[in-house]
Design a protein around this ligand. Structure first.
Ligand SMILES: [Zn+2]
Length: 386
């Protein structure tokens, strides 16, 4: 069975603005009032009420006020209705007109208050940053050795190497013995070492040295990590050298890679990739056989001089005309070193390299004397802005 809209009582009701019926109007405004005229006034009031939300600022509210309550406004125009009314109805209409006008003015005033309150709130919640920052220029800069070390770290990190650090005061065993340099090994003479004097009454410090190279970090890495191991260890090292080309404090970077089946080919490929990334050019490299106690075989690691082109026709001051620059030593990790680090040399092989960061920084920035790097002369350092 279908039901139609008409089946429900009140279905035809107008759900719009409810207007008072004529008896109610008469009660409110007195007898004799014209129902139609009053309803017209109420219609205008209802329209204003419905449109108040349009007034989102004082200007729009004023426009609305003029449209309804101004001299030529919608309500004012209805005053003319009075002329067509019986004398008895005129008074009632006048009262009704004034009452509705007052109500409409009240609506406008209410809206004005709301807008003012909103504006006040917006003003109060406005955030104004009154901080005055000092207009100072940058002070200081990164030391060229630090920036060079960071550049080296970035290159090796991109190849999957971890960056490790080690103590400056190192156990003699890690600095020498475990690196295949026993106490009677002649290689100890190559490194004029700062031994740390024992504490008075104590003996524990007797086997401590200021590390002469970053290689002890190799031993520390092998003792704390399991292969595959890929690390670099940049840092400060100390030797009893002090002349035009040597400083008692200088900086090295150590590289170590241990895994199954690692060979010199991997070392050379890694060095080639490093040189390309660091110098930004495909420079040739070469490995010259050499001796270092902790590698077998060992090799000096040279790169073609990238600075020869700067002074065509003249002897290059960087490589002194040899066209090659020695960067450091390298080779396959000696089985004794692997054993000292707790790694089975029958299963694993590894390569290592070490070169001077200071020399790299001098090459990069064309610095002629190592000492300039450590004297702390501001005239020198301010040439390397951040
Ligand atoms: Zn050169």
């Amino acid at each position: 069975m279908h039901t139609s809209v008409g089946d429900f009582p009140g279905a035809r009701c107008n759900f719009g603005v409810r207007r008072p019926r004529a008896p109610a109007l008469r009660r409110r405004y007195g007898a004799g009032v014209s129902d139609d005229a009053i309803q017209q006034l109420q219609g205008i009031d209802a329209e204003l009420a419905a449109r108040l939300d349009e007034a989102v600022d004082p200007e729009k509210l004023y426009a609305l006020q003029v449209e309804f309550l101004g001299k030529k406004g919608k309500l004012t125009a209805k005053r003319a209705l009075m002329g067509s009314l019986e004398p008895a109805g005129k008074k009632a209409f006048g009262q009704a007109f004034n009452a509705i006008k007052a109500a409409m003015e009240g609506r406008v005033a209410g809206r004005k208050e709301t807008l003012e309150a909103q504006a006040r709130l917006a003003e109060l919640s406005r955030i104004q940053d009154l901080t005055m920052l000092p207009q100072r220029g940058h002070v200081g800069s990164v030391h060229p050795i630090t920036s060079t070390r960071r550049a080296l770290e970035t290159v090796f990190r991109s190849m999957g190497f971890d960056v490790l650090d080690g103590p400056h005061v190192e156990a003699e065993q890690y600095n020498f013995d475990d690196l295949n340099i026993a106490s009677d090994h002649p290689a100890r003479d190559m490194q004029d070492t700062f031994f740390v004097a024992p504490l008075s009454g104590g003996q524990a410090a007797a086997d401590l040295v200021l590390r002469t190279h970053t290689s002890p970090v190799q031993v520390r890495a092998m003792l704390t990590r399991k292969p595959p191991i890929r690390i670099i260890a940049p840092g400060t090292v100390f030797r009893r050298d002090d002349d035009a080309t040597h400083s008692p404090t200088f900086h090295q970077i150590e590289g170590l890679c241990i895994d199954e089946g690692v060979s010199m080919a991997d070392l050379k490929a890694t060095m080639e990739r490093f040189v390309r990334a660091f110098f930004g050019a495909d420079l040739a490299i070469r490995l010259r056989p050499s001796y270092f106690p902790f590698v077998e075989p060992g090799a000096e690691f040279d790169v073609v001089c990238p600075f020869c082109e700067r002074t065509p026709g003249e002897t290059c001051s960087v490589c002194r005309g040899s066209h090659w620059i020695e960067l450091g030593g390298s080779g396959m990790v000696h089985p004794n070193v692997l054993r000292a680090g707790g790694i089975d040399p029958e299963r694993y092989t590894g390569w290592a390299f070490g070169f001077g960061i200071d020399r790299m920084a001098m090459l990069l920035h064309g610095v002629s004397h190592l000492r300039l790097m450590f004297e702390g002369d501001v005239r020198f350092l301010e040439q390397f802005p951040c």
